[in-house]
Design a protein around this ligand. Sequence first.
Ligand code: ATP
Length: 298
Amino acid sequence: MQPILSIEGISKSYGSIQALQNVSYEVPQGAVFGLLGPNGSGKTTMLSIILDILKADTGSFNWFGKPGSPETRKRIGSLLETPNFYHYLSAVDNLKITSAISGRGNDQSIDEVLKIVKLFESKNSRFSTYSLGMKQRLAIGAALLGNPEVLLFDEPTNGLDPVGIAEIRELIKELAKQGKTIIMASHLLDEVEKVCTHVAIMKRGKLLAAGPVDEVLANEDIVELASANPMNLKTAMTNFPGYSSIKENGELIQLYFPIGKAPMEDINRYCFDNGIVLQQLILKKKSLEAKFFELTND
Ligand code: ATP
């Protein structure tokens, strides 16, 4: 299937700061695509480029298989900065103004949008009376006007309390279920893991990895082994089937297995059959945090 968005070799500098360096990836249709990276890694710059707000120095991108045009822009809804809603107006009146200015949606679709973002019941309350979470849901509602196929959100849960965060994450999953493709920037690994199907990991303007979340952020089981003679142990274990990598960590030998696939009893028996008596046999789960740290650390 043709990707919704393909990015090819995009670079962008602000004076001497290189915000993006030769970044390429594809966003498949129907994905919830997380752009993951610490502050300053270039996420907002990339979102601005693919929305034609900023121009890349080099590289190109295609939406729906074509270079961007006003027509393709109508198929994309975005929330980069909190829109300037009028505090003294209701949700419905604010969206009427947004709709009139942007030319997206109509009065009937405003009610539909308010239902999707769960503000229909309070649609006539003044914006100033809304909680932060409700304000953010209204901002997402504004991005939904005109029923775009693709949604771009920059740090959509930033600054919200835990309830507000949970509501926005649920809303994003709900929108994905309805068939929208969603691209969202986040600096939270946990958020990307909970919400996204795909991820691109950025660090200082460089792409570190991209692909399905369960591949890129694959959790692994680590088995730690120790015996009186670590070299013998390592040599013997290289012939053991099924591990993905083997490492030495001081006196310890570490075997990495896909999650849930570490055969502890088999390892124990194998060592004994090979004349090795283990002093230690421990199963450790590698946390995603550790993996992210590894990926984003120098
Ligand atoms: P954040 O979440 O903090 O916005 P980010 O991952 O979105 O981070 P960008 O905002 O794209 O990253 O910034 C990438 C780099 O470019 C940073 O070093 C930032 O300081 C720099 N930068 C961004 N915008 C400008 C600008 N208008 N002028 C100069 N430098 C900029």
